[in-house]
Design a protein around this ligand. Structure first.
Ligand SMILES: [Zn+2]
Ligand SMILES: [Zn+2]
Length: 136
């Protein structure tokens, strides 16, 4: 499930995408903090280190990274948009008590489904909700 920062840089290079120093900081943050942060959170946490970074830059960077399939949007519950380094298939579990989102391994390709044989599937997600061990 792990994607190192270096591996992500390689992925960018393969797609001929060049990121400015500020933008690289956003990518670095996402690769080091697998907490599915919101833009607000990324902004707050990077402010000290990159004072020139704006929320617009973060949004624009995320857009580029989403297009490059390096980042994916997690829209589990609520109206908050969170971001995640796109890794191999994994599901998300949201704790309804503390709001934290946890990754878990799931083989989405292996989940038996019925009724979609005439459809083209472009994306699969697994969202679970409940209470995490810390809150129990
Ligand atoms: Zn919890
Ligand atoms: Zn995740």
């Amino acid at each position: 499930m792990d994607q190192s920062y270096e591996a992500l840089l390689k992925k960018l290079k393969e797609q001929n995408i060049r990121l400015s120093h500020q933008r690289l900081k956003v990518l670095e943050y996402l690769s080091r903090h697998r907490c599915h942060p919101t833009v607000e959170q990324i902004f707050r946490e990077l402010q000290a280190e990159v004072p020139t970074l704006s929320k617009t830059t973060i949004y624009n960077t995320l857009e580029v990274l989403i297009k490059a399939e390096i980042v994916r949007v997690v829209t589990i519950g609520g109206n908050e948009t969170r971001y995640d380094i796109a890794t191999d298939d994994h599901g998300h579990f949201k704790c309804e008590s503390c709001g934290e989102i946890f990754d878990f391994t799931i083989e989405l390709e292996a989940v038996p489904i019925q009724g979609l044989q005439d459809f083209t599937i472009v994306d699969r997600d697994a969202y679970f909700k409940g209470v995490c061990p810390r809150c129990l």
